[in-house]
Design a protein around this ligand. Structure first.
Ligand code: ADP
Ligand code: MG
Length: 255
């Protein structure tokens, strides 16, 4: 029986110099849920994501994925275990097409070395075809088939966000961390992104943890919301209860 808690963060802390960016923070994310993480600027949300995804080593505390202690494991290992966070498409990939950007996602395929390609050309071609089909399926799912052959660098901000989400889908993730995926995106595209997240959650069973400033976005998508302030857990509950919580409102207003 899989445990209901997919990710468990226990008493995680990290300090930069004298500043406790994340301070004794605990968090549980249920399998199959869409969790929201909110809090004023500087609350430690991105740092918490970076700790969970292995970009920073915590000073103390631990992170469990599916019952396994993954504390401090490097991002590429966590990637292989299905724990992903999105990043902006790197500049060196901007001349590749959207489809090629998807096909570039490391998935441990045997065709990735030139030696393998020389030794097993037939297999490489088959795998490349499978990879291309997977990429096309994802473009279709995200309703961005029309941009498949465009260079990533020419896409709009919102299309790039969808492509970033698509890149995580290539890795067959269990849990995806999205840090302000809606920042600087217009309303229409924000709803396209929200819809993609909802469908990935319901139809494909992906678990999400979202940091987002748009409270409507959070309220519509999230089953549970956690609010951080000054590196610490401030409040946790349903979106409705959190957004009407006095302590949360005060933290945002900075009183
Ligand atoms: P949020 O994402 O909630 O806005 P961050 O996690 O980015 O907050 O930052 C939390 C605090 O930690 C801030 O005061 C920020 O300046 C500080 N901080 C974040 N990353 C670093 C770093 N690499 N070095 C020093 N201070 C950092
Ligand atoms: Mg941040």
């Amino acid at each position: 029986m899989p445990q209901p808690d997919l990710l468990v963060v226990q008493n995680l802390s990290i300090a930069f110099g004298g500043l406790k960016a994340v301070d004794d923070m605990s968090l549980t994310i249920r399998r199959g849920s869409v969790a929201g993480l909110i809090g004023p600027n500087g609350a430690g949300k991105s740092t918490l994501f970076n700790l969970i995804a292995g970009y920073y080593q915590p000073d103390s505390g631990r992170v469990m994925l599916d019952g396994e202690d993954i504390t401090g494991q490097p991002p590429h290992l966590l990637f292989g275990k299905g724990l992903l966070r999105t990043f902006q498409i790197a500049r060196e990939f901007s001349t590749l097409t959207a489809r090629e950007n998807l096909m570039m996602v490391p998935a441990g395929q045997s065709g990735e070395t030139w030696l393998g390609a020389l030794l097993r050309p037939g297999r490489v071609r088959r795998e490349e075809r499978a990879l291309r089909e997977k990429a096309d399926d994802i473009l279709d799912f995200l309703q961005i088939t029309s941009i498949a052959d465009l260079p990533a660098g020419s896409l709009s901000g919102g299309q790039k966000k969808l492509l970033e989400l698509g890149r995580t889908m290539m890795a067959d993730p269990k849990i995806i961390f999205l840090d302000e995926v809606g920042a600087g995106v217009n309303r229409t595209l924000l709803y396209t992104i929200a819809d993609a997240i909802r469908r990935l959650n319901r139809e494909r069973g992906y678990t999400f943890c979202l940091v987002e400033h748009d409270m409507q976005f959070i309220a519509e998508l999230c089953d549970e919301v956690t609010c951080m302030a000054q590196g610490r857990l401030l409040s946790r509950g349903t979106a409705e209860s959190i957004l009407s919580d006095e302590a949360v409102i005060e933290a945002y207003l900075g009183r």
